[in-house]
Design a protein around this ligand. Structure first.
Ligand SMILES: Cc1ncc(COP(=O)(O)O)c(C=O)c1O
Length: 436
């Protein structure tokens, strides 16, 4: 077990967080971290290494968040740290072209089927807002289709039926987003091709494209039904619209080529983030050369960034991807994730709890519901009060899970069989103590 329950004490975390609440809205730099949907005070981190995180009270956790996805080779991988040390000696930011950008761009282009050309930015949000402008610039149309429960960052146009923190906090939308901005955002239930077909029929020649998380990670983990992604591609093609896979979460996590390589469906454009920055702030968007050639300065669509292509971020991304590319990485991730998530589900059932789950690549989601989850409405049938108890119990037993029923879990190359076994033992103890 990672933490001895009798020594579990979060007094310093609580003290620091109490102060943080006076300094930053909600005490955090990003909403879900505040633990609002599971109650209780968040844990304040001190350091991370491999599969583990330590808080400032000295508690150790097996970490299944991995900084929300980037830590797929394990936190602070020695090779990444070494490469960063070397890069650091050359400076922290150039604001000018560097060879490292070419290197990471070549790796991304080689790996991701849809990407013939790529632009680096600093976050997934930035990647998605930029790709949106590109979709519209290329097609000359304003409307987009997104899916309920899918999160594409916090730009205005996407804050309609969004997942992640928006789902967690139960905000249907956000104040400050003008109606005129979201008027062009059409939504459909995930896995519902007929709904998409209807939207295209109702808005002829007006829809620039469809953006989707090919596997949803922001409403729990939800996988596409057979033929759904290909069906979207066909519908986009028939209607002169672009298909965009938001692979900020799934990129290099479901396979080296992301969800598109795994499912064999190539979109027109792709957004990326998280893993390609190896724990430093990076996002990217890329796709067909004819579309990407519209981006400034090659073309007229403006988009820029002071720190974009930052040498430290490029270095961490390159090294992370080099490690991932080694033989057996994805087989290991697949196997360890299955062992973990199938084990948790089996224990939930043995201890009398209704639970279903989705597992794909190095991503998983367990829902406290009897219903198989195919879309956001299904996900919302989950018993979130039970999840909150489960989350707190696991934390007390040294397992750090995403603090929301509506977030996916992530594994890494650093998670061992022993970590999984300790996690399953904790699951059994905690679920046995929660009324079914
Ligand atoms: C699918 C997806 N798109 C976009 C984003 C936004 O990325 P960032 O938080 O780096 O802005 C996220 C973040 O979790 C995401 O999961």
């Amino acid at each position: 077990m990672a933490t001895n329950l009798s020594t579990f004490n979060t007094a310093t975390s609580q003290e620091v967080f109490a102060k943080a609440k006076h300094l930053m809205p909600g005490g955090v730099s990003s909403p879900v971290r505040a633990f609002k949907s599971v109650g209780g005070e968040p844990i304040v981190f001190d350091r991370v290494n491999g599969a583990y995180a330590w808080d400032i009270d000295g508690n150790k956790y097996i970490d299944y968040i991995g900084s929300w996805g980037p830590a797929i080779v394990g936190h602070s991988h020695p090779e990444v740290i070494e490469a960063l040390h070397k890069a650091l000696e050359k400076g922290t930011s150039f604001g000018a072209p560097c060879v490292l950008e070419n290197q990471l761009a070549e790796m991304v282009i080689e790996a991701v089927p849809s990407v013939e050309m790529v632009r680096f930015v600093n976050s997934g949000t930035e990647a998605c807002m930029s790709v949106l402008r590109l979709m519209r610039a290329f097609t000359g149309r304003d409307k987009i289709i997104k899916f309920e429960g899918c999160y594409h960052g916090h730009a205005d146009m996407f804050l309609v039926k969004a997942g992640s923190g928006v789902a967690t906090l139960g905000l249907p939308d956000s104040p400050g987003v003008p109606k005129s901005t979201t008027a062009n955002t059409l939504t459909a239930p995930y896995n519902d091709l007929e709904a998409v077909k209807k939207l295209f029929a109702e808005n002829p020649d007006q829809i620039s494209g469809v953006i989707i998380e090919p596997v949803v990670g922001n409403a729990g983990c939800i996988v596409p039904k057979d033929g759904f992604l290909q069906g979207l591609k066909d519908l986009c093609k028939a209607n002169g619209a672009l298909l965009v896979f938001d692979e900020v979460m799934t990129g290099f996590r479901l396979s080296y080529g992301g969800a598109q390589a795994r499912f064999g469906v190539t979109p027109d454009l792709t957004t990326m983030g998280k893993v390609i920055g190896g724990g430093l702030p990076v996002g990217a968007y890329g796709g067909r050369k004819d579309i990407m050639s519209m981006v400034a300065p090659a073309g007229p669509m403006y988009q820029a960034g002071t720190l974009s292509g930052n040498p430290l971020a490029m270095t961490a991304g390159i090294k992370t991807m080099e490690i991932l590319k080694r033989e057996g990485s994805y087989e290991y991730l697949e196997q360890i994730t299955k062992k973990l998530a199938e084990g948790m589900l089996a224990i939930a059932h043995e201890t009398g709890h209704a639970a279903t789950g989705n597992i794909v690549g190095a991503m998983f989601g367990i829902f406290f519901t009897s219903q198989q989850v195919y879309d956001y409405e299904d996900a919302k049938t989950s018993d979130t009060a039970k999840f909150a108890k489960f989350h707190r119990g696991m934390l007390e037993h040294g397992v750090y899970l995403a603090p929301s029923q509506f977030e996916a879990g992530f594994t890494s190359l650093a998670h061992t069989d022993a970590d999984v076994e300790a996690t399953l033992a904790a699951t059994r103890t905690v679920l046995s103590q929660i009324p079914a």
